[in-house]
Ligand binder design. Sequence first.
Ligand SMILES: Cc1cc2nc3c(=O)[nH]c(=O)nc-3n(C[C@H](O)[C@H](O)[C@H](O)COP(=O)(O)OP(=O)(O)OC[C@H]3O[C@@H](n4cnc5c(N)ncnc54)[C@H](O)[C@@H]3O)c2cc1C
Length: 404
Amino acid sequence: MTARQPGNVVIVGTGATGYTAAKVLRAEGFTGTVTLIGSEQEATYRRPAVSKELLLGTKSVDQVLLGAAIDDVDVRSGVTATAITDSAVLLDEGDPVPYDALLLATGSRARQLDLPGSAHAFTLRSAADVAPLHADILRTGSLLVIGGGLIGCEAAAAARSLGAEVTVLEAASAPLNRIAPAAISQMYRDLHADNGIIMHTDVAVTSLEKQDDGTVVAAAQDGRSWCAGTVLVSAGSVPNIELAAEFGLHTGAGILVDEAMRTSATGIYAAGDVAEVPNPILGGTYRSEHWNGAVDQGTRAARSILNLEVGDLDVPWGWSTQHGVNLQFAGWTDVDDEYIVVRGSIDSRRFTACAVRGDTLVGAIGVGFPKDIRQIRTLIASGDPIDRDLLGEDWLDQPHAVVR
Ligand SMILES: Cc1cc2nc3c(=O)[nH]c(=O)nc-3n(C[C@H](O)[C@H](O)[C@H](O)COP(=O)(O)OP(=O)(O)OC[C@H]3O[C@@H](n4cnc5c(N)ncnc54)[C@H](O)[C@@H]3O)c2cc1C
């Protein structure tokens, strides 16, 4: 260990980011103490499984653990950090834990809707949310999902596989509209319809009301209403920035960090879903909110704490599995971006499309060609302008350096 390394690292958050950081600290030979503090009871698991295998009931938490216990790490599960000072983390139980370096990997929580009757709805973020929702879906046989984003659509697909009647209500004019252009949203509408899911868009739900028979009625602003035995609100997530903000760290949409995951206070780092990182290609900042970003940033935070080289930030990418169709997407896309299909066709549900802004490649989305998405990430990372006339299979098949 060099003199520039801390003796005592504390990590708040036992998700993918915190776990990865602890693992990398030890893998890099760090010999000081590592304390990993997390509110959840479970050992670190693969959160993407929550709305897929865990909700379906095809796997248990033990079957989706991220990895084995890390040697010589003091893991405090079921313990919540209530405040930070410039030298210690305060807990809801036990003594404050002193630190030389602190990593905030507190992730996000499910957004609650501020509606009358919202207490009648479930939310889905953690393994602990799964069992009550799963049991209720089986008991009532019908699910109303409020929110047609990735997690809402995945939960709808899982519930349908469990045999429930499923309806999805989306406030925007199309499902998945944060990551997909109209043609791909439509493909997903059709995919869900083919699997017996009813979807309504442009629905502003204003209240939830429990009936005498135990069902819940969701009323919309335009007078329509829907009734189901179980209601799930899936309306996005809220980053857990409170510890940072109360201590006075700079925050925006997340905890503001530089490319080495350093916050505005020396010795305090943030990474993963909670961090707002600089966009090295397009400028500005963003929050990753995807699994690979959590693993990449957890690694970077640990290396940064140890004063090791961190390299360039990864071009973000994520995936979603619905009705057996695996969608992959990458980059930093906007609703106004132009999408050009470069392989396959959206109708066939096997395609790769590039998102283009002027002559800048900003993102990719596709089904069935994961290698294409890796290639396009490499090209996005280069920041080179593209010639849109060349976009096509030949262009994709050229030998480009493959990113991680
Ligand atoms: C249902 C679901 C499905 C998903 N599916 C996909 C997918 O298919 N593909 C994909 O790319 N991404 C997916 N994601 C996103 C991905 O899982 C996240 O980006 C990733 O897990 C973020 O990891 P994290 O460690 O930064 O945060 P989190 O996983 O949110 O972990 C943060 C941890 O910190 C704990 N914590 C917070 N505050 C405190 C405190 N004060 N004290 C102690 N502990 C605290 C929390 O309890 C939590 O355990 C999904 C997310 C969800 C919720």
